[in-house]
Design a binder for this molecule. Structure first.
Ligand code: GCO
Ligand code: MG
Length: 408
């Protein structure tokens, strides 16, 4: 069996999805997602110019060898662009494998460990009252877990993950349009003074059962993060995400000495080497890698297994920049993983998105149910994708009030 062709598409409703389609000589094709928010043309170019020409003629069933060929063969290893491109190839090869076997991917991993996978949505508000409305809406829809972000009084611009406009919060997605990034202004002191009290009021209003998550988005220094984590302990958060930038992983030791709040980290990681020490030293409780960005299903499954040895549960990244293909890859891992925790899930299911990526996966009452279709269980409509073109975009940058550049 041989790979005969591979095509790369860029475009989609609201997002520049990068989709890879690999064909074999038996008429079976596999699909993969190489979307990297703000750098979509880079993964597409890497795939088109270097990777897909090297796929032709290879046996698509040898997904492990093909992964090793690209990873080791690059010599200058790693990084988000290369790993996301490998991720798409690996995903597409697993898709082919599942289709050849006539089985959904979770069966190839070891079958189902649960009926549905709990997801969390993003509730946001320009202020706390606005956020409360947003959370209430998700709770009414049956969500069991919600990430909560709201504006901080006195902060010169909206803080991370929130709109400045009231009521614009039901699935607020930061506007990344334009190649020159927007600038947001951050004030740690105001955030530290305001947010613990706001989280306490959310717990008070929604009671003990709701899983409440909060994302600091890498903005605190280690000592500040330790203080913040200690202060929010009575809220009983499901997790506190990215309290500090992930480059300095030892920083978490200080936080761990001061607080038992569960920590989730990993959305910016590109490989198992970025998180193996965090996991082995048990400095985190949830690993947040994205299957695409970490190089595909093959390495993601290794991370899940390593995490399982250290009581670390999964909480795969699911920002709207991931296409339904990588969300499906994660859904199959979620159905199987003995150490599954939760899945981030933002409503992708617009009619336009469903037309481009038809599937029978479904979300019901805050639980994701994976379909039994062979492979990833998501198709791709080439005619639909022709409706979209690439729109330049960039993630915002953050500065302090005096102009100092900070972490987005
Ligand atoms: C999350 C993330 C995202 C990122 C985005 C960048 O927890 O979902 O922090 O919102 O900002 O993925 O592309
Ligand atoms: Mg995050």
């Amino acid at each position: 069996m041989k790979i005969t062709d591979a095509k790369v598409f860029v475009g989609g409703p609201a997002k520049n999805y990068v989709t890879l389609k690999i064909m074999n000589d038996q008429g079976v094709y596999g699909l993969g997602d190489a979307t990297l928010n703000g750098r979509e043309t880079m993964t597409a170019t890497y795939l088109r110019d270097y990777l897909t020409p090297n796929l032709i003629g290879k046996d698509p069933r040898n997904s492990e060898d093909i992964w090793q060929f690209f990873y080791r063969g690059a010599y200058f290893r790693g990084g988000p662009i290369a790993m996301s491109a490998f991720g798409a190839i690996d995903m597409a090869l697993w898709d082919i494998k599942g289709k050849l076997a006539g089985m959904p991917l979770y069966q190839l991993f070891g079958g189902k460990s649960r009926e549905g996978a709990m997801v969390y949505a993003h509730a946001t508000g320009a202020d706390l009252e606005d956020l409360m409305d947003s959370i209430a809406w998700y709770v009414e829809q049956g969500y069991k877990a919600v990430r909560v972000q709201c504006g901080v009084p006195g902060m010169p611009t909206a803080s991370y993950g929130v709109s400045e406009e009231k009521g614009a919060n039901r699935n607020y997605i930061t506007d990344f349009s334009g190649i020159q990034p927007k600038v947001e202004i951050w004030d740690t002191d105001r955030y530290m003074r305001y947010m613990p009290g706001a989280l306490a009021r959310i717990r008070e209003r929604f009671g003990p059962d709701l899983r409440i998550l909060h994302d600091v988005h890498h903005r605190l220094l280690p000592r500040e993060a330790a203080e913040f984590a200690k202060e929010v302990e009575p809220v009983r958060l499901y997790w506190l995400e990215d309290p500090t930038p992930a480059e300095d992983q030892d920083a978490l030791k200080l936080l761990r000495q001061h607080s038992t709040v569960p920590i989730a980290i990993g959305e910016v990681f590109n490989s198992i080497w970025d998180c193996n020490k965090l996991i082995e030293n048990e400095l985190i409780d949830f690993i947040r890698v994205a299957v695409t960005h970490v190089g595909g299903i093959t390495p993601a499954k290794r991370i899940v297994d390593l995490a399982g040895l250290h009581h670390v549960r999964t909480g795969f990244h699911g920002a709207p920049s991931h296409s339904p293909l990588s969300m499906a890859a994660q859904a199959h891992l979620n159905a199987w993983a003995p150490n599954f925790g939760i899945q981030e899930y933002l409503v992708l299911g617009t009619p336009e998105c469903d037309a481009l990526f038809p599937s029978a996966h479904r979300l019901e009452n805050g639980m994701f149910h994976v379909s039994d279709a062979p492979g990833l269980g998501v198709d791709f409509d080439e005619k639909e994708v022709a409706r979209y073109s690439y729109k330049p975009g960039s993630l915002p940058v953050v500065r302090l009030e005096d102009g100092t550049l900070w972490n987005y």
